[in-house]
Design a protein around this ligand. Sequence first.
Ligand SMILES: Nc1ncnc2c1ncn2[C@@H]1O[C@H](COP(=O)(O)OP(=O)(O)OP(=O)(O)O)[C@@H](O)[C@H]1O
Length: 232
Amino acid sequence: MLRLEDAVIRNGEFTVRADWAVDGGARVAVIGPSGAGKTTLIEAIAGFRPLERGRILWDGRDITGDAPGKRPVAMLFQDGNLFPHLTVAENAGLGLRPDLRLNAEQKARVRAALTRVGLAGLEDRKPGALSGGQQSRAALARVLLQDRPLLLLDEPFAALGPALKVEMLDLVAALAEETGATLLMISHDPDDARRIADQAILVAVGTAHPPQPTAALLDNPPPALRDYLGET
Ligand SMILES: Nc1ncnc2c1ncn2[C@@H]1O[C@H](COP(=O)(O)OP(=O)(O)OP(=O)(O)O)[C@@H](O)[C@H]1O
């Protein structure tokens, strides 16, 4: 379980508050107007931004002061953070060992992860020789190999076309199901939230609200969300 306890997170003059918990294994969308603090929230959970007040707990353990690498967290960004000079296998392998000194068993795990995300046969390509969707898959393989119980996604597939995006969302949902990972995903597209997340955290007017059923929130949005969704 992820718990934010009476947390206040600052980003310049801006602050966002959070006081709630997300159950282990849940899939949660983070939605809300532009500039409301969604990225700020995710950065604090990942450890890139200190709390001004409060605590972050994972399964009861206080991780508030832990460095990003020590947290139970893997993060997937929109650009995938792939290194252009490394092969697909090497980019994925970074999820196991940053120095890439992989033994035979670890190399086999990299191959298995690449196969799982549909990149078998492309292990030796560089990212520049992959399509956008294939690049997303390579980044996902790295996240899979990191094997962390909490997966944070900041609009990971926004640059993909609609069909490809749906394919990637379904793959992420399937992987989360298989590994039991807890998923928090920022999205600007309500359809993404409905597709992948049965719960949603609304971030608006300085507050990240407790998770609530996605369909109920989107079917009957509060004013801050209604304006944003263009349903005035
Ligand atoms: N470097 C900064 N210095 C000061 N204020 C900042 C800085 N970066 C962001 N902010 C402010 O913090 C607030 C939250 O930004 P954040 O990126 O978390 O919002 P967001 O909900 O993720 O937005 P978007 O949906 O547009 O990505 C914004 O209102 C912004 O003005």
